[in-house]
Design a protein around this ligand. Structure first.
Ligand SMILES: C[S@@+](CC[C@H](N)C(=O)[O-])C[C@H]1O[C@@H](n2cnc3c(N)ncnc32)[C@H](O)[C@@H]1O
Length: 234
């Protein structure tokens, strides 16, 4: 089983364990999104999990489409009275157009070379001028962990330069890519805020997806920027 499938399987089996072990306080990224969209905005949430952030966004007057790759999370959200759908971030179409895409601690399970393609799909789901808010673990390389769940989950770690390159490759205009680690946090985090400034594009086969190891992406972007950790100043 590949790392993403194994990670999803860990969530499928561990919904209750994950929910009980996760804070009910909304992520700080909720406020970052609320500061950028008007009341009534329609938001696609990727990897809603227990649904804490969707509830906070709806309390503030937004409409949220709850989704998750794990059927067990979708079932739990529906049992709690919410509409929710199964959506794997590896899908080629996320629906929309939405005013924003919100993905807190979700895209960190995507392999490094696949992230530009996933971000491009998210951008196609977003109206022109729409916003992306997402968070990632900060660090180098990738790792498996048994923290929180009995079954292992796989994480890809990022730095600011790598995420900025991935966003640009996917056609997003980065507004903020910055460390957001809270003083009490056990791990370091990066929050990403980006705009869909460009007009919508059709599906572009040149945007890398799974297994595509070409080193030059669309617009001549050097994809090797994703494989190394360049100096954030450059
Ligand atoms: C670390 S949890 C975060 C959950 C929620 N966003 C939060 O902040 O509490 C990661 C979430 O991503 C979901 N997930 C993992 N792989 C996925 C995939 N390939 N497609 C969609 N969701 C996925 C998991 O089921 C889980 O709900």
């Amino acid at each position: 089983m590949n790392p993403q499938d194994a990670t999803l399987a860990a969530y499928e089996r561990g919904v209750q364990q994950y929910t009980e072990g996760t804070s009910t306080a909304p992520a700080p990224e909720v406020d970052a999104l609320l500061a950028r969209v008007p009341r009534g905005a329609h938001v696609l949430e990727l990897g809603s999990g227990p649904g804490r952030d969707a509830a906070a966004l709806e309390s503030a007057g937004l409409t949220v489409d709850r989704t998750d790759g794990a059927t067990a999370f979708v079932d739990a959200l529906r049992a709690a009275g919410h509409q929710a759908r199964v959506l794997d971030v590896r899908a080629e179409d996320f629906g929309g157009p939405y005013d924003a895409v919100f993905a807190n601690a979700v895209l960190l399970h995507v392999p490094r070379m696949d992230l530009p393609g996933v971000l491009a799909t998210a951008r196609r789901a977003c109206r022109p001028g729409g916003v992306l808010v997402a968070s990632f673990k900060k660090g180098e390389g990738e790792a498996w962990t048994h923290v929180k769940l009995d079954d292992p989950r796989h994480f890809t770690y990022w730095d600011e330069a790598g995420l900025t390159a991935a966003l640009r490759m996917a056609g997003w205009t980065p507004e903020q890519v910055a460390e957001s680690t809270l003083p009490t946090a056990a791990e370091r985090w990066i929050t990403v805020i980006a705009r869909n400034v460009a007009s919508p594009l059709p599906i572009d086969p040149a945007v890398p997806r799974s297994g595509d190891l070409a080193e030059t992406g669309r617009n001549g972007t050097d994809r090797r920027a994703l494989a190394r950790s360049p100096d954030p100043e450059t």
